[in-house]
Each structure stands twice: as structure tokens, then as C-alpha cells.
Design a protein around this ligand. Structure first.
Ligand code: ATP
Ligand code: ZN
Length: 293
């Protein structure tokens, strides 16, 4: 049975269909929100928290959050920058990664950004592009196009394009190459500043933010377990960042110890190599599900 939107519930807007839709839902579920979704649905009530989800076009999300129709929203940083909506950017979520790039035909006369002076650039991001060109001191014509920007050069509608790129396969298919990046984008959680003035909503938003940070931190951390001779303990302790300090437990073999520690992803291989060098054996690495410090 579909219930109605509840005026008191916290409202979170996410993309209904498209590149961010599934990952946004997965992300909210990882925060402990339970909800149903079926194609074509415009909203859903969470069954375990006073939260309603709104399923919208991604371009509409910043404005809905700005106007208070939704308290929180998830959209690409690219959209947020383009629209300059009055919302608070709360967290970067680590999915939906892409770059807003300027690209030119592979074998044409344009080779670098300076060659763009006096040329036509097709884009769905006119405002971001305008700012970028101004910053670089370049004068070019901005041709505003809504979809399929990448075909503009072959139709001779434009000399270059400014569009989102993730793997670059669309550019390659259209015989284009990137020559500059305007934004490194990913999905972000945004909020309406007024929602924090409502004490009940503010408390719930804070709870969610703690969960978001716990989920993101866990994703970039590995839990490492190993055995090592007692004599290696000193140098192993120096290598391990740990959360506070590593957990050390005796083994049946009196000369050996078991050591457990959380290791950040960025330094992971360095740390593992050093541990092995110090005499650590039987190294076991596990993903971390959540991390609340
Ligand atoms: P909607 O119908 O909701 O308006 P859309 O067609 O505008 O959808 P999508 O193509 O689903 O949007 O892209 C949504 C977001 O996904 C983009 O704004 C961007 O932040 C992110 N994204 C990640 N990789 C890419 C990519 N290769 N091309 C386009 N967007 C990407
Ligand atoms: Zn869109």
C-alpha cells in the first residue's frame, strides 16, 4: 500500500532514472534506510525512519532542495556548480565519478585550450564553461545544447565540445579527445540550510551524516590480521597506523603474536610490504563494513 508524503518527514531527493539512480538508492540503504522502489514511482516512505524519498530528474534536484521541497538531495557536483543553487554541500559520496572536459576533434586544427579563441563550443554546461573561459582569458562562442553534445562537431554545429566524460569511450567513438578539465565531479549530498533550523530535522540530518561518514570511512579502510614473532612487534607497531593502536593477542605458540589493525586504503600496499619485511606472516585482509569512531 502506498502511503502519502508526510509533511513532517525529512525529504531526500535522488535521481529517478539514470546513472546515479541505483547507486543513490544503494547508498541510502547502506545508511540503514529501508524503502521500496518500483519503476515509475515518484516517492517512497521509509519503513524504519521518518524519511520520504523523492525520485526526480537529476537537474531538478538542487532547485528542489534550495526551495525546501526536499531537505536533502543527491546529485552530481557538475549539476550543483552549473546551477549555483543556494544549498549546503554536505558530503562527497564517492560514486558517480566523471569529469567535465573540453574536447576537440582528433585530427582537426585545434590542439590546446588557447586554440579555442573565436571558436564555437557546444555544451549543456554554459554557465560553468563561461566561468572557465573567463578565468583562462579565452573568448569563444558558447553553443547551448541539451543532449548528445558529442555529435556537434561532426554536424559542424560547433568546433569543440564541453561535456561529461568518465571512461572516455564516448569521446573515442566520436573521434574526439579531451584537452582540458573544468570539474572533477562525483555525487554529493546537499542540504537546504533552513532544514537545520527545525530541531527534529536537524537531529535526523546529524544522525544521517554520522552514518554517511561511517560508511565512507569504512569504504577506504581495510582490516588486516596477521601473525608475527614477538621479536618483530616493535617494528610492526611503528608501521601500523591503527585506529588507536593495533590489537595484539598471544598465540598458543609462545613466540608468536596475532595482530589486528585498520589500515587506510591509500597506504595499504606500502604498509603490507613493510609488515612482511618486519616478519609478519599469514596476513589476512578483510573489508570493513562500517566505521564509527
Ligand atoms: P535525468 O533524466 O535525471 O535528467 P540525465 O540524462 O541528465 O538524467 P545521467 O546521464 O543519468 O543524467 O547522468 C547523471 C549524472 O551522472 C551526471 O550529472 C554526472 O554527475 C554523473 N555521471 C557519471 N559519469 C557520467 C558520464 N560518463 N556521462 C554523464 N554523466 C555522468
Ligand atoms: Zn539530467
Amino acid at each position: 500500500m502506498m502511503r502519502q508524503l508526510d509533511g513532517n518527514n525529512l525529504k531526500i531527493a535522488i535521481q529517478r532514472k539514470g546513472r546515479l539512480a541505483q547507486s543513490s538508492q544503494r547508498f541510502l540503504r547502506s545508511l540503514g534506510l529501508e524503502f521500496e522502489y518500483s519503476d515509475g514511482r515518484l516517492f517512497s516512505n521509509c519503513s524504519n525512519l521518518p524519511i520520504d524519498l523523492l525520485f526526480l530528474r537529476d537537474d531538478d534536484i538542487p532547485e528542489y532542495v534550495q526551495d525546501g521541497v526536499a531537505d536533502l538531495g543527491i546529485a552530481g557536483l557538475n549539476i550543483l556548480r552549473e546551477q549555483q543553487a543556494r544549498v549546503v554541500r554536505l558530503e562527497s559520496l564517492g560514486f558517480g565519478a566523471c569529469r567535465l572536459c573540453i574536447a576537440v576533434p582528433n585530427h582537426g586544427p585545434l590542439k590546446c585550450l588557447d586554440d579555442l579563441s573565436g571558436k564555437r563550443i557546444a555544451t549543456s554546461y554554459p554557465s560553468t564553461l563561461k566561468g572557465f573561459l573567463q578565468e583562462k582569458g579565452l573568448r569563444a562562442d558558447i553553443i547551448k545544447i541539451r543532449g548528445s553534445v558529442e555529435i556537434a562537431p561532426s554536424l559542424d554545429v560547433a568546433d569543440a565540445i564541453c561535456d561529461l566524460v568518465s571512461t572516455g569511450s564516448t569521446l573515442r567513438q566520436n573521434d574526439l579527445k579531451a584537452i582540458g578539465t573544468l570539474i572533477e565531479s562525483q555525487a554529493v549530498l546537499m542540504g537546504n540550510p533552513d532544514s537545520f533550523k527545525d530541531a527534529v530535522k536537524a537531529t535526523l540530518i546529524d544522525r544521517l551524516r554520522i552514518r554517511v561518514q561511517g560508511t565512507l570511512k569504512a569504504r577506504s579502510t581495510k582490516y588486516v590480521m596477521m601473525n608475527a614473532p614477538r621479536s618483530a612487534m616493535e617494528s610492526i607497531r611503528e608501521t601500523l597506523p591503527g585506529m588507536r593502536s593495533p590489537t595484539v593477542m598471544p598465540l598458543a605458540d609462545q613466540d608468536m603474536m596475532a595482530i589486528h589493525a585498520a589500515v587506510p586504503e591509500e597506504t595499504f600496499w606500502d604498509v603490507i610490504e613493510k609488515l612482511k619485511g618486519s616478519g609478519a606472516q599469514d596476513i589476512l585482509v578483510l573489508p570493513v563494513e562500517k566505521m564509527v569512531l
